[in-house]
Design a protein around this ligand. Structure first.
Ligand SMILES: *Cc1c(COP(=O)(O)O)cnc(C)c1O
Length: 388
């Protein structure tokens, strides 16, 4: 008999009943250090008092309004994002997947309105992840996600991740945009180099096509800058955001330049819940805390500390780990052992990590993790490696 929850996940037998900061408490009382943070979502830890206050204060006044009316918290969050980024305009969604949907629609509408409706193709890369909708799985193109769900949304061209030269030759008269994660998350914490991102920007500029960045996982302070592309000194035309921006409350966004968004006039897109007062009240507080030089420099300091300790761990356990990769607090340990078995062993030691493709385990702790918890994290990972 089918489970009452559609069985699309194989869940660990863990039931967390409470959280505080980087820690979760299991129903049986055991405590776990959460280095997954809901897959880069709980950017400011569990039960963050500032976020709880922002949410509950908003809930006590009004918690849903249609986008037929002005929503002050949404306006405030849009203004903050525009002020702190390349973007001129923002549309709010409830998830990364919905952000992908709009990014694709926006790029196609852009060309339609420019009188080149044949430009519908979007170049994407192997190992990418852009969500589970029809556009999202077609964009990523991996058989794991698309098998059985055809016919797939047409108009995606798949290239090898990191093969920047191939982008140049793949661009043709039907190309609308290039869509890429600056650091692949699900793909195994695989970063594009700053040089590659710069080259991609240049290629898009030369061809006059749009660059769409998927910063759903690597954005919002995760790499030590507010957005990961800032490290390369470039800006996209369109950017997908979600996960960390809501600090655990469902919230996503598409950020765009005025030019890229020029086709999205009244009536061309919408959302019932996107940009709702609760999500945006939390998002405003998340931005207040994270889009701050002092906060981001702490992320960088902690990231360097964690990375240095992880390099030591890899050196000490070469039969379990082979490499540390990633940037900021978006780190991956490439495993020699089977990654899912390392994650399992971590459960026994009281530490939560997240598997990714390419036999990697992901470490995506809350951005405000303390130095003490970083030390404990490495001890628990060491115990995990020893257990392997
Ligand atoms: C998680 C993720 C998505 C999908 O986000 P959802 O909120 O699960 O819909 C898209 N792109 C990237 C890079 C992600 O990590």
């Amino acid at each position: 008999m089918i489970a009452s929850i559609l069985p699309t996940y194989s869940r660990a037998p863990l039931t967390f009943v409470a959280g505080e900061g980087a820690w979760l408490t299991e129903a049986d009382g055991r405590r776990f250090l959460d280095l997954g943070a809901g897959i880069a979502v709980n950017a400011l830890g569990h039960a963050n008092p500032d976020l709880v206050e922002a949410l509950t204060t908003q809930a006590q006044s009004v918690w849903h309004l249609s986008n037929l009316y002005n929503i002050p918290a949404q306006q405030k969050l849009a203004d903050a994002l525009v002020e702190q980024s390349f973007a001129d305009t923002v549309f709010f969604t409830n998830s990364g997947t919905e952000s992908c949907e709009l990014a694709v629609k926006m790029a196609r509408k852009y060309w339609y309105d420019k009188g080149q409706p044949e430009r519908t193709e979007i170049i994407t890369f192997s190992g990418s992840f852009h969500g589970r909708s029809s556009a999202g799985i077609a964009a990523a193109g991996s058989e794991k996600m698309t098998k059985g769900f055809g016919p797939l949304l047409p108009g995606f061209v798949h290239l090898e991740f990191g093969d920047i030269a191939a982008v140049k030759t793949a661009i043709g008269n039907e190309t609308a945009a290039v869509l890429v994660e600056p650091i692949q998350g699900e793909g195994g914490i695989r970063p594009l180099s700053d040089a590659d991102l710069k080259a991609l920007r240049q290629i898009c500029d030369d061809a006059g096509i749009l660059l769409i960045l998927d910063e759903v996982q690597c954005g919002v302070g995760r790499t030590g800058k507010l957005f990961a592309h800032e490290w390369a000194g470039i800006t996209p035309d369109i950017m997908m955001v979600a996960k960390g921006i809501g600090g655990g409350f469902p919230l996503g966004a598409v950020l765009a330049t005025e030019n890229a968004a020029s086709g999205m006039t009244a009536g061309t897109h919408g959302s019932t819940y996107g940009g709702n007062p609760l999500a945006c009240a939390v998002g405003v507080k998340v931005m207040e805390i994270i889009a701050n030089d002092a906060f981001l420099s702490e992320v960088n300091r902690k990231a360097a500390l964690l990375r240095q300790k992880l390099e030591g761990l890899v050196a000490a356990y070469p039969e379990v780990f082979t490499e540390v990769r990633g940037a900021g607090l978006m780190l991956g340990l490439k495993c020699k052992a089977v990654n899912t078995e390392v994650v399992q062993a971590g459960y026994a030691q009281g530490v939560l990590t997240v598997p990714a493709a390419d036999n990697v385990i992901r470490l995506l702790p809350p951005l405000n993790i303390s130095d003490e918890d970083i030390a404990v994290a490495v001890e628990l990972l060491e115990a995990t490696a020893a257990q392997m």
